[in-house]
Design a binder for this molecule. Structure first.
Ligand SMILES: CC(=O)[C@@H](O)[C@H](O)COP(=O)(O)O
Ligand SMILES: NCC(=O)COP(=O)(O)O
Length: 255
């Protein structure tokens, strides 16, 4: 792929949390999240994302150890900003850490991290991660307040939460989805202007990814739940390859 086109190509991070959900349903050793990560790597994924939740409902500590040691592409370690997780991050030294909000009773991530409301603590929290060379990302909503606070504390990346957009799109509330999409576009522009690398994720599917992928300031999408579901029918490799095709098409990269 020529230089300009390669520069426009979005990176695709594959979140493998829900391979572990299936494994844990029976308490077996399979399906193995590391095997899924290696298949994703072979299918052209640019990175692997995994979320070590406080309650370990899916990804477990041993999974993170295995991923950190076993994959040949960057690991994006998602977690809450707790002392427990910071110690694990400092031990594993992943390529990237993405700080997300967690509520034990939530079914999935419901909103973005309130960086603006916890600025001093988060600035101190990420300093040792930056010192070890881990790229720190804040999983936030598209509000200018959260974007500006993320830049102030020294985060390298913001990952814009596309969950509300995805929900509106799935419910057929397309006019509202367009309003949310426009706010995401404006957030991406602001974040980029502040020197932040801009990612997006949560709830992305074949049906809703095109408009997100077309946002020019985005450099990475992280996609998991939908693709793990599609893998049941297509296989993980083909499911990823189809998402990559749609992302490249959105960027005008299909010849
Ligand atoms: C932050 C985010 O949107 C996801 O990466 C997160 O992992 C979702 O949590 P579950 O995977 O537990 O649904
Ligand atoms: N940060 C978003 C992510 O990793 C994947 O979210 P989802 O596609 O599982 O909703």
């Amino acid at each position: 792929m020529a230089g300009a086109a390669a520069a426009r190509r979005l990176r695709l991070g594959i979140n493998i949390d829900h391979v572990a959900t299936v494994r844990n349903a029976r308490g077996s050793a399979w399906p193995d999240p590391l095997r899924a990560a290696l298949l994703a790597e072979a299918a052209g994924a640019d990175g692997i994302t995994a979320h070590l939740r406080e309650d370990r409902r899916h990804i477990r500590d041993a999974d993170m150890d295995a991923l950190a040691a076993g994959i040949g592409i960057p690991l994006n370690f998602e977690c809450a900003a707790t002392d427990e997780m910071q110690a694990i991050l400092l031990r594993l030294k992943p390529h990237a850490a993405c700080l997300v909000p967690e509520r034990r009773e939530e079914r999935t991530t419901e909103g973005g991290l309130d960086v603006a409301g916890d600025e001093a603590r988060l600035k101190a929290y990420i300093a040792p991660l930056r010192d070890i060379g881990t790229r720190v990302s804040m999983f936030i909503g598209h509000s200018p307040e959260q974007i500006q606070a993320s830049a102030r504390i020294g985060a390298a990346v913001v990952e814009l939460h596309t969950g509300h957009y995805s929900d509106l799109h799935a419910e057929g509330r397309l006019a509202e989805a367009e309003v949310e999409l426009d706010a995401l576009r404006k957030g991406a522009t602001l974040a980029h202007s502040l020197g932040l690398e801009v990612h997006a994720g949560h709830g992305l599917t074949y049906a809703n990814v095109t408009e997100i992928a077309a946002i020019p300031e985005l450099v990475e999408l992280n996609i998991g739940h939908f693709l793990i579901g599609e893998a049941i029918f297509l296989g993980l490799g083909p499911a990823i390859e189809e998402m990559r095709r749609r992302m490249d098409d959105a960027r005008g990269l299909l010849s």
